[in-house]
Ligand binder design. Structure first.
Ligand code: SAM
Length: 273
């Protein structure tokens, strides 16, 4: 069996990189343009909205960023941010984690948000400008080709994004490149707990909803190690029930059991000094 470019999966029925990027961009353009919370009927991915952040955090950031929130965890809880740090958020969306990080690193620090969907970048820049965040910068770009210099970042965070990439090895390689020696990677992301049911393998809607692109947990950790990271560890895991997951995947007919298929995992790793 030949391996496809996308994640080394079997090429039979596997989507192309172009298909993945197109589906992801279309979905998150819609999210960027919405004006009500993702917790409503337009919920389009695994996001947990306000429930993953403390109310103290939520009141400290612009509501425009909360409305566009589409994460599945809270990387802030594991990022260990301190005043003065330089932080990068991979797939920053409407900017919720960038704004939370900006509060923590303060005026001596800097937070970059990177996102490939122009409407997300426009929205996040507008929110930053209207709310006086001058220690943040949003750059349009792919996380497989991060538009930043090497060795300049203290902490890389990401929230429910790397699963969407058709080339996770490249993403972790890029995170490693921009981190300074001793820097930290702290991500919340969707991982598979068992093999994906065949019916979901080439399903672009399920991919852009953060399901079909997810790697098995052990593959995810191995990809980080291949990039050069050490002390790779899962520090928290929240398993989705069939009911929770079913709401994100449209299927004509229920075919396979979705219980305990995916989890939102918090993972940390270090670039060696
Ligand atoms: C599920 S949303 C999460 C957004 C944000 N992290 C949050 O917690 O609200 C995924 C985001 O990642 C972006 N994205 C997906 N794949 C990307 C890639 N390969 N490069 C850059 N951004 C990407 C999408 O445009 C979208 O804004």
């Amino acid at each position: 069996m030949t391996k496809d470019k996308v994640e080394g999966r079997c090429s039979c029925g596997a989507p192309s990189e172009d298909d993945v990027r197109k589906a992801v961009r279309e979905r998150y353009t819609r999210v960027a343009l919405r004006d009500s919370s993702c917790c409503g009927s337009d919920s389009e991915n695994m996001c947990r909205c306000g429930s993953i952040y403390s109310s103290a955090d939520l009141v400290s950031i612009p509501s425009e960023a909360q409305v566009a929130s589409a994460g599945c965890g809270n990387p802030m809880a594991i990022a260990g941010l301190k005043p003065g740090m330089t932080v990068v958020d991979l797939g920053s969306g409407g900017g919720i984690d960038v704004f939370l990080a900006a509060k923590r690193v303060g005026s001596d620090g800097k937070v970059y948000g990177i996102d490939a969907t122009p409407e997300m970048i426009f929205r996040a820049r507008k929110t930053a400008e209207e709310n006086g965040f001058d220690n943040v910068e949003f750059r349009l770009g792919e996380i497989e080709h991060i538009p930043l210099e090497p060795n300049i970042v203290d902490v890389v965070i990401s929230n429910c994004v790397i699963n969407l990439s058709p080339d996770k090895d490249k993403v972790f390689g890029e995170a490693f490149r921009i981190l300074r020696p001793g820097g930290r990677l702290a991500v919340s992301d969707i991982v598979l707990l068992r093999e994906l049911p065949e019916e979901l393998l080439g399903d672009m809607s399920a991919w852009s909803a953060c399901v079909s692109g997810a790697l098995l947990e052990e593959e995810y950790l191995a990809s980080m190690s291949r990039a050069g990271f050490v002390e790779v560890q899962v520090v928290g895991k929240d398993v989705f029930s069939e009911e929770q997951l079913g709401g994100y995947i449209s299927r004509d007919e229920k075919k396979s059991d979705l219980s305990s298929l995916v989890a939102s995992a918090k993972v940390v790793a270090i670039k060696p000094s």
